[in-house]
Design a binder for this molecule. Structure first.
Ligand code: NAD
Length: 352
């Protein structure tokens, strides 16, 4: 395996690995370990170029730093991406990825992300111990997806209450992406009486929520035009941009996808100018990382502790919305300010 260290100003350590034997081409980015080991999932995606993959891993790892800082997980921010299609997944590929992770000596700890399952992580675990998100029987906290969905559900409900003063009963929520998080989010929303409009490139995933929850499916390109109370991006990043923001017909954007704003400053301002309340993605989607972080606490994983911490997400959102209003900032800028303040304070034990 050939491992190359890359120059990335503002990042602690970024490396590229290529393993001709297994076909692995991957990047690991450790953005910050100021608050603890850099924990962040592994994404497998058929990126069109290595530049695109590198750009993604950099943005995602930085987002993890802020997410963990605000969720007070005691962790730093990192991420890994593997350039591959789902049908190229093999145990050997993930074992090679485990060897790459092992080189970081615990500075980077991985977990699931898009296209990477608990089974895949089991293969990674054969080469490194620095893996979270395995099943409870294996000492883990299980797939973080449902926990992310729970936090996201609580966050949508809170954001809607802040923006409109009412609850979910009879309101429409448009979900973009009905994968691991989107499906469970749909179940929780439907359980509270919301109507669902959904879109996904994967037809089987759409059919499941249509059949199980009575959701209405629309073409993936039309999800931005749906007249709804809340739009919940739960697919990929960059979906809030110059083309899509003018089309939105919602009071709230609140979803699980990472890096939803194509340009954080400009597009968070554009949402505010349209009177749409935006729940910063790395705050509302912290349920998964909070659950995973509970694997690393003394005494081991306890689901009750994880759920109680996830239930703080709406509280954090409320604080961010209030800070944004008081200081004339967008919620995104207010969240960033709070995260940077936490980073500047450093680890609690470092300051005593
Ligand atoms: P997933 O792979 O299970 O689901 C993603 C779904 O989005 C898939 O069904 C895919 O077909 C669909 N999709 C992709 N492009 C699309 C498009 N253009 N239009 C409509 N659908 C599209 O992933 P997931 O675990 O559900 O995660 C969803 C998002 O939430 C990702 O951005 C992920 O990074 C983020 N996230 C996930 C977690 C977690 O715990 N799983 C935690 C935090 C953030």
């Amino acid at each position: 395996m050939r491992i190359t260290r890359l120059d990335a100003p503002g990042y602690e350590r970024v490396e590229r690995a290529e393993d001709p034997e297994t076909g692995l081409v991957a990047f690991i980015s450790v953005h910050s370990t100021t608050l603890g080991p850099a924990l962040g999932g592994m994404r497998l995606w058929p990126y069109r170029s290595e530049d695109e993959a590198l750009d993604d891993v950099l943005r995602l790892s930085r987002g993890m730093t802020y997410k963990s800082a605000l969720a007070q997980t005691g962790l730093g921010g990192g991420k890994s991406v593997v350039i591959a299609d789902r049908d190229q997944k093999t145990p050997a590929l993930f074992e090679a990825m485990g060897r790459f992770i092992e080189q970081f000596g615990g500075v980077y700890v991985t977990a699931e992300d898009v296209n990477v399952t608990v089974d895949d992580l089991r293969a990674v675990r054969r080469s490194t111990a620095h893996v979270c998100g395995l099943t409870t029987a294996e000492g883990g906290g299980g797939d973080p997806g449902p926990y992310t969905a729970y936090g996201c559900f609580l966050g949508i409900r809170e954001s809607l209450r802040m923006a409109t003063g009412s609850g979910l009963e009879g309101r429409t929520v448009a979900i973009q992406g009905t994968g691991s998080v989107g499906q469970e989010l749909g179940r929780r929303l439907a359980g509270e009486g919301a109507r669902l409009v959904v879109a996904d490139l994967n037809e089987a995933n759409v059919e499941r929520v249509v059949e199980e929850l009575g959701a209405v499916a629309v073409d993936p390109e039309e999800i931005y035009d749906v007249d709804c109370a809340a739009f919940a991006p739960c697919a990929l990043g960059g979906v809030l941009n110059d083309d899509t923001i003018p089309r939105l017909r919602c009071a709230v954007v609140a979803g699980a996808a990472n890096n939803q704003l194509l340009d954080e400053e400009r597009h968070s301002e554009a949402l505010r100018a349209r009177g749409i309340l935006y729940a910063p993605d790395y705050v509302i989607n912290a349920g998964g990382i909070v659950n995973v972080a509970c694997e690393l606490v003394a005494g081991g994983y306890d689901e009750d502790v994880a759920l109680e911490r996830i239930e703080r997400i709406p509280v954090a959102l409320r604080e961010i919305f209030a800070a944004a209003e008081a200081r004339g900032l967008t919620p995104q800028a207010a969240a960033q300010h709070l995260a940077e303040t936490a980073l500047a304070r450093g680890r609690p034990e470092a300051s005593t």
